[in-house]
Every structure is written in C-alpha cells, then in structure tokens.
Design a protein around this ligand. Structure first.
Ligand code: 13P
Ligand code: SF4
Length: 304
C-alpha cells in the first residue's frame, strides 16, 4: 500500500498537477510542494503556469482565487474551503465603492489579501514586498490603501503621498499578537541577533525591529546577511522555511503562539484527498475575474 506521500507523488504525475505553498505552511506541506513562496512569488508563479492541468494551492483562499483568476483554463484546488484570511474579509466591494465616493481623485491600492470582489474595484494590487513600489508607480498623490492598516502605515513612512487606510482599522489577528515587551526581552537575551518583522505588525513593533520585510524579503535578506541569529516576527512556520533553507543559521520565533490557524487547515492527508477527488475547486465569476485580473496584472507588471 502506498503512503500518503507516495500517493501524492503518483497523483501529481497521473493528473499533471503541481502544488504551490505559502511560506506559512507546516514543514510537511512545504516538503511536498513544487514551489514555496511569499504571496507575490506565488502570484507570479501562478501567472506563469503552463503545462499543468491542476494546481493544488496550499495557502488561504484569496491566494487560490488569484491563481484561478490568472488561469481560467486550469483547475485550481484547495484542500479545505475554510482556509480564509480574516483580514481579507474586512473589506468588501461595497466598502471600496463607498470610500471611492468619499475620496474622489484617489486610487485604490489593495493588498492581495482581499476578496476577489474587492480586487475588482481596485486600480492596482500590491503585496507586502512590493507595496511601496506599487504606490510610487501610479500618478495619484492620494491613495486609498487596504485592508491592512499597519501595511498602510508602513507605506506612508516610505512614500511622499497621502495614504488613507481603508477600512480605518483593518488588521491581521496573527501579527497583532507581537508585543514590544517580548521583543525587548529577546533583544537582551540574544544581543547579536537581528530582529526581522512583517509590515502587518503594529507600528511600535516595526519601529523596534532592525528590518521590516515580507516573508520573501526575509528569505532574501537572511541569505545575504552576515548575521547568524535572527528573531522572526511573523507567523511561526516562517521559521520552518528559514531553517530549511539556512541550516547553519539560528532562527528564534518572536512569539511561538503566532499561528495563522487558517493556513494550518492543510495536512498531507487532505492534500492527498484534494488531488484524488479533485476537490475543492476555487472559482471566481467571469465578470469579477475579468475586472480583478486588470489590477493583478498591473501589479505583476510593476514588480518585474
Ligand atoms: P507575504 O506576502 O509576506 O507572504 O505575506 C502574506 C501574508 O498573509 C502575511 O500575513
Ligand atoms: Fe491573513 Fe494574517 Fe493569516 Fe496572513 S497571517 S493569511 S494576513 S490571517
């Protein structure tokens, strides 16, 4: 009898399928994936998929929706339909339209962590690794930016434009957990360590860190840094990814309880079932997908 892992390998070949996984997936899912990356890298990868008929997306549903929008001729599957990003649910299409009415002469720059219906109302999308570049790339001086208030704050420090958070208090429940007191303690314990945090963390946490980076930015930074020890202020399985790629360096989670429960709904077993039964397929209606694709493609163009 084949093990789940052997079956996944067999099913991938049999069905001409690939597995994409976000950096926050557990180590066993990272191991079976054909590609692991941050949300921008996954978006670009999704835009370049050819030769595969099925993509199993091990990330939250907005990531899989983006892949579905970019690949209408492929079957995009997720192993669990409850893998939703609560922050993405903080902004719907109606809200974006309302803000646009309240603030004419603005451009709506939306984080990829949004519902497809909200993406359809955006001028352009961004991720945490290209947000500054995206905002600088457009002519408008006033930007509606959402749904993450902390990423909006981060961008506002880097650009000479007015950034209006939309909604006023959008946040990620995982990155809200990081605490300045914990970081002070870790700094005193590991004098030589570099503190890297995600821009979804609160402003005081970002101010205290040595560097504020997307998950992909952390990978690149660690690879070229002469430092040996890093304190990581983002979802805890980012440490798993960093350790896998940098076995000679030391990574300490800034908070071992920083777990994105939504990302953790995937297991080797349900990835196997997903491939075997070709469930659950992610679909975006044609009208929404057509509009959202324009904003996604603009972002990919700017990121090249
Ligand atoms: P990255 O774009 O840095 O991978 O972040 C995605 C995310 O959901 C962070 O919580
Ligand atoms: Fe959403 Fe936060 Fe989870 Fe990222 S870590 S997917 S922003 S809930």
């Amino acid at each position: 009898m084949l093990s789940d892992l052997q079956e996944i390998e067999w099913l991938k070949k049999e069905k001409n399928a690939i597995i994409l996984a976000h950096n926050y997936q557990t180590g066993d899912i990272q191991e079976i994936a054909d590609f692991v990356g941050d949300s921008l890298e996954l978006c670009i990868k999704a835009s370049e998929i050819d030769g595969s008929d099925i993509v199993v997306f091990c990330g939250v549903d907005f990531m899989a929706e983006t892949a579905a929008i970019l690949n209408p001729d492929k079957k995009i599957l997720i192993p669990d339909t409850q893998a939703k990003c609560p922050m993405a649910c903080m902004l719907n299409a109606k809200d974006v339209k309302k803000f646009k009415k309240m603030y004419p002469d603005t451009a709506a720059v939306l984080y990829v962590n949004t519902l497809a219906e909200a993406k359809a109302e955006a001028e352009i999308l961004c991720t945490s690794s290209n947000a500054v570049k995206v905002v600088e790339s457009i002519p408008q001086e006033k930007i509606l930016f959402g749904p993450d208030r902390n990423l909006a704050w981060y961008v506002s420090k880097k650009v000479n434009k007015e950034i209006i958070p939309m909604p006023a208090q959008g946040y990620c429940y995982v990155h809200k957990l990081f605490d300045l007191g914990d970081l002070h303690f870790l700094r005193s314990k590991y004098h030589d360590a570099e503190i890297l945090v995600h821009p979804e963390c609160d402003p005081e946490v970002q101010n205290f860190a040595d560097n504020v980076l997307s998950t992909g930015g952390m990978m690149r930074h660690v690879a070229r840094s002469p430092k040996e020890t890093f304190i990581i202020g983002t979802e805890v399985d980012m440490v798993t990814r960093l350790k896998r790629e940098n076995p000679d360096k030391t990574f300490i989670p800034a908070l071992s309880g920083a777990i994105c429960e939504n990302m953790k709904l995937y297991t080797v077993k349900n990835v196997r079932n997903c491939l075997l039964n070709e469930k659950f397929e992610v679909k975006v209606d044609d009208n929404t997908a057509e509009k959202a694709k324009v904003a996604i493609k603009r972002m990919i163009e700017v990121s090249k």
